[in-house]
Design a protein around this ligand. Structure first.
Ligand code: ATP
Ligand code: MG
Ligand code: MG
Length: 550
């Protein structure tokens, strides 16, 4: 590995290993099971898993389920499915922070015994008030004067359920004058009479994140506890907890990196929840969202997400990445892997008047011009075809090389056809296009007699299968602002377009999650929710063209 290409986390780990601070690398992904994972979490998952792999270390999946208010089993299951799908294999190392509640309680008792924690009677508002400001030190909490014995009794009573929610808290005794507000005697335990999804009613006190997290890491033997930048100011507290509880021999170390933000998409759980509740999207995995479940449903692959995360890199400063880069990654991944097939999304009929009626012939069509290994398939051809409406113009502008009266084009994988005219309804809309074909020009026959400039795709009417296709745009029109004046989300009314398309019969029984390139239209994936046997629904993953440049 080139030392120059190593990111700052790798450099820190290299140094730690060199200096013997740690002997191995042990990372974790610690989601709170309070929602679905999104593309940002994918970055954290692949980073932590990737580092463990790279250094021959271990990777844990740990549910940080210490806050019973928002957590649900449903989310535990969805998170496991998403982490697995991304390929981050936790093997037998699946943990729940709530299984450490006893150790956390003991840790709190230990702090009290050391004189490093005390029970406070202050309300949340009072604690905030007493905390002071950046320019002024905080005021002492009257509880800070309690004796160790009194604190032990009160904390035991908190645990036994003697106090109502908010009546008492346990605070760490650190420094009420610290320039870091997180160090001004932070709350480490609170009373909450709530049923926990794992521990039921065993506990009515719960540890705060800043106290619980370092303990979880230490118990599991995590070496490098990677989190996002907003926790940088919490690191002194993390180190304080680890030090005061005397974790040996290899206390974990916290490292922060910048969150991944994407432009033009909604990632905030609150907003997604609103979209789901208001029925604007079809659940947490609506293909317009960027939850991992949504990306999977839309047809993104784990490989494309890995490529994306790698391209984003690891950094210490927040920035957002254009959604177009994610699209670039899925195109890159599918380019050589998927068959290119014909589907007509906005159909108009083309009749080849000199082709025998009722005849169907099966033509060879290569599946991927850039990857012969994908082989070829047989595509039925007949007298009546569907072509795209935009591939015909009665009066074409200059440089229009598709069908217009008198012009010859190539029907992809088939024959040259010369347009002879069209039929129209009373409103002037084209209903049928006519043409004649030249049998000598059959694709694959080696015909060299003349060249044509346009090639169009088609589907034979007689054997075509009807399918639903869904085209997407970003759900938020960012150019006009993410929010309206009244604070509501500024939704793009065109974020979903549903169309009926005609597809090759070979696609009729495509399975959920199977994906294809539809000539000229983009990459499409079979929707697992709405497809029925013989009636596939295709979600467009991405169009073929982009102005995006790396
Ligand atoms: P959200 O509120 O968006 O769900 P979170 O931080 O509350 O984010 P957690 O379940 O606490 O979600 O996160 C689990 C891990 O994923 C944490 O280590 C967190 O730092 C990381 N993470 C969350 N969002 C991002 C992001 N946008 N980019 C990179 N890592 C992230
Ligand atoms: Mg979360
Ligand atoms: Mg969180």
């Amino acid at each position: 590995k080139e030392p120059v290409s190593r990111n700052f986390i790798e450099q820190m780990i290299d140094k730690d290993l060199e200096e013997g601070v740690y002997e191995t690398v042990h990372t974790r992904f610690p989601p709170e099971p309070n929602g679905y994972l999104h593309i940002g979490h994918a970055k954290s998952i692949l980073l932590n898993y990737g580092l463990a792999k790279q250094y021959g270390g271990k990777f844990n999946l740990r549910f940080d389920d210490t806050n019973p208010t928002k957590e649900k089993i449903e989310f535990v299951e969805s998170i496991k499915a998403d982490v697995k799908w991304l390929g981050a294999d936790w093997e037998d190392r699946l943990f729940f922070a709530s299984n450490y509640f006893d150790q956390m309680y003991e840790g709190a008792v230990k702090l009290i015994q050391k004189g490093k924690a005390y029970v406070s009677d202050l309300s949340a508002d009072q604690i905030r008030e007493y905390r002071g400001t950046l320019t002024e030190p905080g005021k002492m909490d009257p509880g800070a004067e309690r004796s160790v014995e009194e604190n032990l009794i009160l904390f035991e009573e908190m645990k036994a359920g003697k106090y109502a929610d908010g009546e008492k808290v346990l605070r760490a005794r650190i420094d009420m004058a610290s320039p870091n507000m997180n160090m001004r005697d932070p709350v480490i335990y609170r009373v909450a009479h709530m049923t926990h999804h794992n521990t039921g009613d065993k506990w009515c006190i719960y540890p705060m994140y800043d106290f619980a997290h370092p303990i979880e890491d230490a118990i599991e033997g995590i070496t490098h506890s990677i989190c996002t930048l907003e926790f940088e100011d919490h690191r002194p507290l993390y180190d304080w907890v680890v030090r005061e509880l005397e974790y040996k021999p290899y206390p974990p170390r916290q490292i922060e990196f910048a969150k991944l933000y994407l432009t033009n998409v909604v990632t905030g759980k609150r907003y997604i929840k609103k979209l789901v509740e208001q029925g604007i999207v079809d659940g947490w995995d609506d293909p317009r969202l960027v939850s991992i479940a949504a990306l999977r449903r839309r047809g993104f692959t784990p490989e494309s997400i890995k490529l994306f995360v790698d391209l984003c890199g690891i950094s210490k400063s927040n920035s957002s990445v254009d959604y177009a880069m994610l699209e670039y990654c899925i195109r890159e991944d599918l380019k050589l892997k998927r068959a290119r097939v014909m589907a007509v999304v906005d159909p108009v009929k083309l009749v080849i008047d000199n082709y025998p009626e009722d005849q169907i012939e099966y033509l060879d069509a290569p599946n991927n011009l850039e990857n012969e290994a994908l082989g070829s398939r047989k595509v039925p051809f007949g007298r009546e075809l569907y072509i795209e409406r935009e591939d015909f113009m009665e009066e074409p502008p200059k440089k229009y090389f598709r069908m217009f009266p008198g012009n010859e084009v190539r029907l992809m994988n088939a024959y040259f056809v010369t347009c002879t005219g069209c039929e129209k309804d009373e409103n002037g809309n084209v209903t049928v296009i006519h043409g004649t074909y030249d049998p000598a020009t059959k694709s694959g026959s080696g015909f060299e007699g003349r060249k044509v400039k346009g090639t169009i795709h088609w589907v034979a009417c007689q054997t075509a299968v009807k399918a639903t296709v869904r085209l997407y745009e970003n759900i938020i029109d960012e150019e006009k602002g993410v929010y309206n004046e009244d604070g509501s989300l500024n939704l793009n009314p065109n974020s979903l377009t549903v169309k009926e398309a005609w597809i090759e019969p070979s696609l009729k029984d495509a399975k959920p999650y199977e994906s294809f390139q539809f000539v000229r239209q983009g990459y499409f994936c079979v929707d697992y929710k709405d497809s029925k046997p013989g009636e596939p629904v295709f979600n467009r993953i991405v169009s073929l063209k982009s102005s995006f440049k790396l």
